[in-house]
Design a protein around this ligand. Structure first.
Ligand SMILES: Nc1nc2c(c(=O)[nH]1)N[C@H]1C(S)=C(S)[C@@H](COP(=O)(O)OP(=O)(O)OC[C@H]3O[C@@H](n4cnc5c(=O)[nH]c(N)nc54)[C@H](O)[C@@H]3O)O[C@H]1N2
Ligand SMILES: Nc1nc2c(c(=O)[nH]1)N[C@H]1C(S)=C(S)[C@@H](COP(=O)(O)OP(=O)(O)OC[C@H]3O[C@@H](n4cnc5c(=O)[nH]c(N)nc54)[C@H](O)[C@@H]3O)O[C@H]1N2
Ligand SMILES: [Mo]
Length: 778
């Protein structure tokens, strides 16, 4: 970093965790919570009798009796359990036009929603509406559509299994499979790519496997911020001398060193544990090149070893007995030139060979990955190359080995399991027929991108959202906002106000719901819901806090209310189900036999694991074999133009997706601002720019192919130790650069992590005061 001081930009020397994390929690709590609520809340997180942390989908250790400290978990809980409220009196005094001018940070910062609200065009304000009346209007709006396929039903991954199951049931009885969901923006490349490789679309490891592995690869994820409890697992592995190889364009502190707040000696002595044993700063989008390079090395070393009569490097027995397509893969990697691998990855041949040698030496290997792998034009192929690498040495379906996609939202995996999918399979449809006796729609519906395009083109006229902030999470901010304003009906089930709610339709309704932390009492008494974590563990979650307002209702109750008001001849007893969640679980079991004995099995602390066939080497592909699958080249249709750079969008330490908790990104040395772009010093110099300069980021290539110039202007350049040729900025500020049409062709995942751009000195005059956070001006 250069010597010149840029406001809000410093170096952060401390390890991840440690006192910095404790201090951040104290600040988060004092900002949000009434003391009584806070002290009750934090002790109930991830406890057998408490609620599941809404922060992330990393599993809990078996012995859940000790409270596992997690800075960002504490932020997520305190953000929901806040003492702040946004009441009808506030809405009456503030027009939507005025609310729109607030930043995303400020909007959610207003606090918890307290009443159902409906937009009144006469006053340009949201006004309170009775639950019955809200349901009546929604039912009327949905029934008025000439075709059920003109409505979109979004799900964000915080919804419980029970809420999501009722929701998909309602939508299917209504008659459509239009299920855009946050998974479409997240791990869809995993859900689409892995079943073709190994027959299962979920991770194959359990938490215990980490105790038995001999090497860990962390590719494209940032656990220090997004899965902080994973650092305890990585720390234990490091203390066992397990090599941890990181492949990431940015130096992420949580992957470098960690001081565990659980360990008083570490805290008091200021010692930290190193996490990565080897850290390779790959170029953005260079993962296929790295993986192919590693596989090439393994194939060549295997040939050498066999010729010399030494033990083989590859597990030929496993390959012969379990897989198809190996010879084609060998040809593909041998045909890939080292010069191309080095150019595309930004790493040297010897670096990649070293990584491969660590892989080859380890008996059992786990590969973990996140959005750095999935959110690309080649996201699905990236995932499949990881599977190839693991299959080569039989590293799937045995102790200490496997593939570990780090899921996003705390129940995004569970929502999929209980039927939130735009592509229902025959088993799901049959389950619905068998259980409810109606014919579900079988034609595939819209995913997230398709839903916005349908709305943009006027083919869809209603949007119901079970949580989330879809319009801000999606690419192409301007186009997406414009589309949402064309709707006839927009309904948001939410805990806090966000920008998506302010994109007005002819009829706009906000329905406030209980959060995970809150007590949910129905006809038969207090209820628990269930969630599924990244490792397919299903367990119960019961809120304990007094609800933020007496007018809040649970998500299952709200979905049942909408269903009753929409479907006059329904085959489902909505009231009974919403009154006793045990009955919803009985129905889940009827539709999905994998949930056998659901209520009994979830009643034990820690819950149970849903079977993942690939974990048992049961390959659920049509051929009953795992497949080695090929990726097209290295970066053929994913290049930057001459003089261009590749941009990725990332999460700061103080955000939860579109929820901005604060304006700091402590581990990256950023304080009080988000309007920054991280670049390598040599890339700045090559453009005549320097650290601290105001710059514009201009989309190029495929993101302007429709003739629209997409740009983000007036940001500040930060010289950073990022891979050369690579640029990073925060999400959602960067979303305006990506066109809706740009996504992985197999999975539809938007290319949030590979955006070809040009960076130039800003043409925008400097504002008098630095803007704290981009307010959307569209
Ligand atoms: N506190 C907190 N927790 C969260 C979330 C949150 O926003 N805040 N979000 C939740 C959700 S929905 C999700 S999906 C997960 C997200 O968890 P992550 O996947 O960890 O999220 P990201 O910040 O998007 O970025 C991932 C990492 O990918 C790297 N990267 C970027 N491009 C590339 C590339 O081309 N190749 C490689 N190898 N690496 C690359 C970035 O440098 C970054 O370190 O976290 C969940 N948990
Ligand atoms: N550029 C870029 N864009 C991205 C990504 C990226 O890496 N880069 N990541 C993508 C990913 S991985 C994801 S998952 C999506 C996230 O997309 P979403 O899941 O749609 O977004 P969130 O920001 O998690 O949603 C926040 C809102 O959820 C509501 N909420 C919170 N808790 C609850 C609850 O318990 N119940 C209900 N009903 N509502 C609740 C609140 O009103 C809050 O405002 O964004 C995607 N967008
Ligand atoms: Mo996600």
């Amino acid at each position: 970093m250069s010597d010149e001081r840029v406001p809000g930009i410093d170096e952060y020397d401390s390890p991840a965790g440690g006192w910095g994390a404790l201090g951040a929690v104290a600040r988060a709590l004092s900002g949000q919570m009434a003391l009584a609520r806070e002290s009750i809340a934090l002790h109930k997180v991830n406890q057998p009798e408490g609620f599941d942390c809404p922060g992330c989908a990393w599993p809990d250790p078996k012995e859940t009796s000790s409270f596992e400290f997690c800075e960002n978990g504490a932020k997520a809980v305190s953000w929901e359990a806040t003492a702040k409220r946004v009441r009808p009196e506030f809405f009456a005094k503030n027009t939507v036009t005025d609310l729109w001018k607030l930043s995303d940070y400020a909007l959610e910062g207003l606090g918890r929603l307290t009443h159902p609200m409906a937009y009144d065009p006469g006053t340009d304000t949201f006004q309170p509406v009775a639950w019955d009346e809200a349901f009546r209007r929604i039912g009327e709006g949905l029934r008025a559509l000439p075709d059920p396929n003109m409505a979109e039903f979004y799900t964000s991954g915080r919804a419980s299994n029970e809420a999501a199951f009722l929701y998909q049931l309602f939508v299917r009885e209504y008659g459509t499979n239009n299920f855009p969901d946050c998974s479409n923006m997240c791990h869809e490349a995993t859900s689409v790519g892995l079943p073709k490789s190994v027959g299962s679309g979920k991770g194959t490891v359990t938490l215990e496997d980490f105790d038995h592995c001999d090497a860990i690869f962390c590719i494209g994820h940032n656990p220090g911020t997004n899965h902080p409890r994973m650092l305890s697992t990585l720390r234990e592995a490091s203390l066992r001398n397990v090599p941890i190889v990181v492949i990431n364009p940015m130096p992420e502190r949580g992957l470098e060193r960690f001081t565990s707040p659980q360990h008083p000696v570490e805290m008091l002595t200021g010692k930290s544990v190193r996490i990565a044993s080897t850290y390779y700063k790959v170029k953005i989008g260079g993962d296929v090149a790295v993986l192919k390079g590693m596989m090439r090395y393994l194939v060549e070393e295997d040939a050498i070893a066999r010729q010399a009569g030494l033990p083989p490097v590859l597990d030929h027995e496993f390959i012969a007995a379990n897989t198809l397509g190996f010879d084609a893969l060998v040809q593909d990697v041998l045909n890939t030139d080292w010069a191309d691998i080095e150019r595309c990855s930004g790493l040297t041949r010897s670096e990649i060979e070293y990584a491969a040698s660590i892989y080859a030496k380890a008996k059992a290997v786990i590969v973990c990955y996140g959005m750095g792998i999935t959110q690309h034009q080649h996201g699905t192929e990236n995932v499949q190359q990881i599977a190839n690498l693991l299959l080569m040495r039989g590293n799937i379906g045995r102790e200490g080995a496997g593939i570990c996609p780090l899921r996003g939202h705390s129940n995004v995996q569970g929502d999929r399991t209980v039927g939130i999918t735009e592509k229902p399979n025959a088993e799901l449809n049959e389950g619905i027929r068998r259980t409810y006796g109606f014919e579900p729609p079988v034609a595939h519906g819209h995913d997230a991108v398709a839903s916005i395009i349908a709305i943009r083109e006027g083919r869809s006229k209603a949007m119901i959202a079970l949580g989330g902030n879809l319009a801000v999470a999606m690419p192409d901010t301007e186009e997406t906002f414009m589309a949402m304003r064309k709707l006839d009906l927009a309904v948001h089930i939410a805990t806090k106000l966000n920008r998506s709610h302010l994109l007005l339709a002819k009829e706009s309704i906000i329905l406030p719901c209980l959060g995970r932390t809150e007590l949910d009492v129905q006809a038969t008494g207090p209820q628990a819901v269930t969630v599924e974590d990244s490792m397919s563990m299903v367990h119960a979650s019961a809120g304990t806090l007094k609800p933020a307002s007496e007018h809040l209702r649970s998500e299952p109750w709200i979905v049942a209310g909408i269903a009753k008001a929409t479907l006059p001849h329904t085959r489902v007893d909505w009231e009974r189900l919403a009154g006793d969640y045990n009955l919803i679980r009985d129905d889940i079991e009827k539709v999905f036999p994998i949930f056998y004995d659901f209520n009994q099995r979830v009643n034990v602390p820690g819950g149970f694991r849903l079977r993942v066939a690939a974990s048992e080497r049961d390959w659920a592909t049509p051929e009953k074999r795992a497949h080695f699958l090929l990726a097209r080249g290295l970066d053929e249709d994913d290049r930057v133009e001459e003089g261009g750079l590749m941009l990725t969008t990332i999460r700061s330490h103080d955000q939860y997706n579109t929820t901005i908790y604060g304006l700091n990104d402590r581990y990256r040395g950023v304080t009080g601002r988000r309007d920054v772009v991280f670049l390598h010093a040599s890339d700045l110099a090559a453009r005549g720019l320097k650290h601290g300069d105001r710059i514009d980021i201009l989309a190029t290539g495929r993101n302007i192919a429709d003739g629209r110039q997409r740009a983000v202007r007036g940001f500040t350049a930060v010289a950073y130790d990022i891979a050369e040729g690579s640029v990073a900025m925060y999400y959602p500020e960067g979303n305006a650069l990506i066109s809706l049409e740009n996504h992985d062709s197999h999975s539809g995942t938007p290319t949030y992590k590979s955006v070809p751009v040009r960076v130039v000195a800003s043409t925008e005059p400097a504002p008098k005061t630095r803007r704290p956070h981009t307010a959307h001006a569209t």
